[in-house]
Ligand binder design. Sequence first.
Ligand SMILES: [Zn+2]
Length: 66
Amino acid sequence: MTDEHLMMCVDSDGKQSLFECTVTGCGRRLIFDHVDARLVILHPGQSTARHHGSTGLVGLTGHLAP
Ligand SMILES: [Zn+2]
């Protein structure tokens, strides 16, 4: 059984968006770079969970695995 975590965009300057996991105790944080369309993981958090973005970034989940 895989946990499903929701990631919220908490900050964005139009080129990069900072996402944080909403699940207490996970703490996953990453930056989505809109220019290069890549993810920079700041803190992996609970790596066994499936993480979803919440701002309409369809397909983001597939790229979240380290
Ligand atoms: Zn999480």
